[in-house]
Design a protein around this ligand. Structure first.
Ligand code: GLA
Length: 506
């Protein structure tokens, strides 16, 4: 028994030793695998229209189970921290400590993971040559006031390529769009800017001049063509090294690029923060936007200056001082009711800052892009007019339905938007009905009642709610008909997601 017992103990000890050895081997293997996470990981991306190769690069350092690193592509960079547990890793961005930014496993020498919980990544081990060089820091300039360029006394009107065409925009499309702006009547209704958004950019030449890519073989000739139609040309860039779509932007080349655009005959610049966020904090927004405002001014060519930085850093307070004529107040609009209503409702806190020469911009129009109903598009147009928003059509002007034409070219609604007083309406909510009142230069008011509900509803507009003691005349701007106030009020049925839009004179 004793022997048996001691034999068992010996066996037990042996087992423990073997287990210990196995454990050591496993731990060693794990730490070896875990060590294998350090280095440069690369996933090639698409080839841009300027011939550059987009890529996803993760540069990782490891200390035990602690990981630190930078995730980069041509247009963004994120500092990450996290842990490795065996072959598994989790990396977090500072602004979102609770949710992994990038998580996954090391599998057969490759990183397999998910970026922000949705984008699958398979990255191979790379070399230093695959890394994206770090951009050197340029101090923002000291603050000064850029003189008012005297443009955009009423909200700018035109067309922009992004909402519908995104990266599929080229010279031929812009030319045919310019033709259609004229033949459809859009130009004569006031839509004069034809704005090329992101993805026109080529690469810089040996002198650092930014060229257009193969989709835009001759920007000067295109500008001449657009001008020959009685229209104006807009272009897009940003204060970071890269645009949102990953193309070269104006960081460190502000004056040079402004001169290039002036030489081409550009009349409007949309300047998008995007990759500048990898270099500057929001406290640098004003001086960085000022830099391009001053560069535009120095060219001597009048160019509308559109700030696109999603409403960050209280832009409404300093937008005019940097020479800005309009500034985005929201993230990107989508062709959906919720997105459209969400964007316009975000205008409320900045309403007092709109006025001749400088406007809040809840983003471009989606009218005619077919994911909302015509009632919803009438509401979209009415609200953009009531909040004195820039009116930049984002649809295919070459193939508009009659309903789309009637909405975009409703002259009475455009007149509300373009009113010289430049006041921005704010809403008053009453159940599903939201009433927006905009005072106009001639002493009349525009009033829009939007039905946010799922069923038709009765809207009643009272003269007293409009600050009017009596009503001389009133007009329904969608019915194009005069209407009568009785006992100081006017009532009408408004369809779900529809609008009643009146112009009321005392
Ligand atoms: C950002 C802007 C959009 C558009 C794209 C282009 O998302 O907000 O309006 O300009 O960039 O890449």
């Amino acid at each position: 028994m004793r022997n048996e017992w001691s034999g068992m103990r010996v066996f037990g000890a042996m087992r423990a030793r073997v287990a210990g050895v196995v454990l050591c081997v496993v731990v060693a293997a794990i730490s070896c695998l875990a060590q294998g996470l350090a280095g440069i990981w690369v996933q090639p991306g698409r080839t841009l229209d300027n011939g550059e190769q987009q890529k996803w690069v993760l540069v990782l350092k490891q200390n035990g189970s602690d990981l630190t690193g930078t995730l980069k592509s041509l247009d963004y960079g994120v500092e990450l921290k996290g842990t490795a547990t065996g072959t598994h890793f989790e990396l977090f961005a500072a602004w979102q400590p609770g949710t992994p930014y990038f998580t996954g496993y090391l599998v057969n020498g490759e990183l397999h993971g998910l970026e922000r919980g949705r984008r699958p990544v398979t990255a191979k081990a790379g070399t230093a040559a695959d890394d994206i060089p770090t951009v050197s820091y340029i101090d923002p300039p000291a603050l000064k006031t850029v003189p008012d360029n005297g443009l955009a006394k009423t909200p700018p009107m035109g067309w922009n390529s992004w909402n519908l065409f995104a990266g599929k925009i080229d010279d031929q499309t812009v030319r045919t769009m310019a033709d259609a702006m004229v033949s459809s009547g859009m130009r004569d209704a006031g839509y004069v800017y034809v704005n090329i958004d992101d993805t026109w950019e080529g690469v810089r030449d040996a002198q650092g001049n930014l060229q257009s890519n193969h989709k835009f073989p001759d920007m000067k000739a295109l500008a001449d063509y657009v001008h020959s139609k009685g229209l104006k040309l807009g272009i897009y860039s940003g204060p970071g090294p890269r645009t949102c779509a990953g193309y070269p932007a104006s960081y460190g080349h502000e004056e040079q690029d402004a001169k290039t655009w002036a030489a081409w005959g550009v009349d409007y610049l949309k300047y998008d923060w995007c990759s500048a966020r990898n270099i500057y904090k929001n406290d640098a927004l004003q001086p960085v936007y000022q830099k391009m405002g001053a560069a535009l001014e120095a060219t001597g060519r009048p160019m509308v200056y559109s700030l696109c930085e999603y409403g960050w850093g209280e832009v409404e307070k300093w937008g005019p001082a940097v020479g800005g004529n309009l500034w985005r107040t929201t993230g990107d609009i989508r062709d959906s009711w919720d997105s459209m209503i969400g964007n316009v409702e975000k205008q409320v806190p900045t309403a007092q800052y709109a006025g001749p020469g400088h406007w809040n911009d809840p983003d471009m129009l989606e009218i005619g892009n077919s994911h909302m109903t015509d009632d919803e598009y009438r509401t979209h147009m009415s609200l953009w007019a009531l909040v004195a928003s820039p009116l930049l059509a984002g649809n295919d002007v070459r193939s508009m339905t009659d309903a789309t034409k009637a909405i975009l070219m409703n002259k009475e609604v455009i007149a509300v938007d373009q009113d010289s007083l430049g006041k921005q309406a704010s809403p008053v909510k009453n159940g599903d009905l939201e009433t927006w009142v905009k005072p106009l230069a001639d002493g009349s008011v525009a009033v829009g009642v939007v039905n946010l509900g799922a069923a038709a509803a009765q809207a009643t507009v009272k003269a007293s709610d409009l600050g009017l003691s009596s009503v001389k005349s009133a007009r329904d701007l969608w019915a194009h008909a005069d209407v009568k106030f009785a006992d100081g009020a006017y009532a009408a049925t408004v369809p779900s997601h529809g609008v009643l839009l009146l112009r009321v004179s005392k």
